[in-house]
Write a protein that binds this ligand. Structure first.
Ligand SMILES: Nc1ncnc2c1ncn2[C@@H]1O[C@H](COP(=O)(O)OP(=O)(O)OP(=O)(O)O)[C@@H](O)[C@H]1O
Ligand SMILES: [Mg+2]
Length: 259
């Protein structure tokens, strides 16, 4: 069973239909690269997956559980959506760290807030917080920030901040980690260290959906590529096939422009 199944997503803004029936599925431990021209709807699709936008039509299932169905208002409740959002993590282009917290604080904050609602938190608060902290330290080390745990965002480079943002998303143990052009705000040198961190996640079989304009990275890190154009999945397949043997003129000219 695929970990993620997306069916027939439609989304319009002010009468303009951006997504016109997008669907795909993703197996656990695989990563999907989302490519397409500026304005093709990559960000919109990621926002729909993370319940930051509500699709006009379509359905989203994770692990066989129907999380959202546009035709079923019962799947749209606010409290339900908050829980469902936890199936997904989203790393934005611009990091969005909390400036008043250290790297470690940024990674533990959401986990601690969530833990407050869990059974046993009040009776064994110190232990619960210790466990969250240990995990956060382990995750920060995994993205190469063992020596920056106590640094504040303004003391970190863009690449380091982005890796804190990745660690923060990982700390919530999402089923699917989504990235929206994780390196587009970075210099090539800094983007290399972020790409290396994401490559490390792929090697650990993290399930990911990555919108990117870096075709070399898409080829290296993804097991499947989706080309969005005209509001639909115009082409998809294994990275080598999609990038070296495009079947449509549309993809050929897109690749010609970006490669
Ligand atoms: N909140 C919104 N209100 C109105 N229009 C929107 C909104 N969000 C996105 N759009 C429009 O939807 C279309 C798709 O935008 P989207 O940001 O998803 O594209 P993208 O593929 O991520 O582009 P890029 O590569 O530049 O990031 C664009 O035409 C955009 O102007
Ligand atoms: Mg975008």
């Amino acid at each position: 069973m695929p970990i993620l199944e997306v069916k027939n997503i439609h989304k319009s803004f002010g009468g303009v239909e951006v997504l016109k029936g997008v669907g795909f599925s993703l197996e656990r431990g695989r990563s999907l690269a989302l490519i397409g021209s500026s304005g093709s709807g990559k960000t919109t699709l990621l926002r729909c997956l993370n319940f930051l936008e509500k699709p006009d039509a379509g359905a989203i299932s994770v692990n066989g559980e129907l999380l959202f169905d546009a035709a079923d208002a019962g799947t749209h409740t606010e409290s339900g959506v908050r829980k469902k959002r936890l199936h997904f993590g989203l790393v934005f282009q611009n990091f969005n760290l909390f400036p008043q917290y250290t790297a470690l604080g940024n990674v533990t904050l959401a986990r601690e807030l969530l833990a407050r609602d869990e059974d046993g938190f009040k009776t064994d608060k110190a232990q619960a917080i210790g466990r969250i902290r240990d995990e956060a330290e382990e995750i920060l080390a995994r993205v190469g920030l063992a020596d920056k745990m106590g640094s504040y965002p303004h003391e970190l480079s863009g690449g380091q901040q982005q890796r804190v943002a990745i660690a923060r998303a990982l700390a919530l143990k999402p089923d699917i980690l989504c990235f929206d052009e994780p390196t587009s705000a970075l210099d090539p040198e800094l983007s290399g260290e972020v790409l290396a961190a994401i490559r490390g996640l792929a090697e650990r079989d993290t399930t990911m959906v990555i919108a990117t304009h870096e075709m070399g990275f898409a080829r290296e890190v993804s097991s499947h590529i989706i080309f969005l154009a005209d509001g639909v999945v115009l082409e998809e397949g294994a990275p080598d096939r999609v990038l070296t043997n495009p079947q449509t003129e549309r993809l050929r000219s897109f690749l010609g422009a970006v490669l």
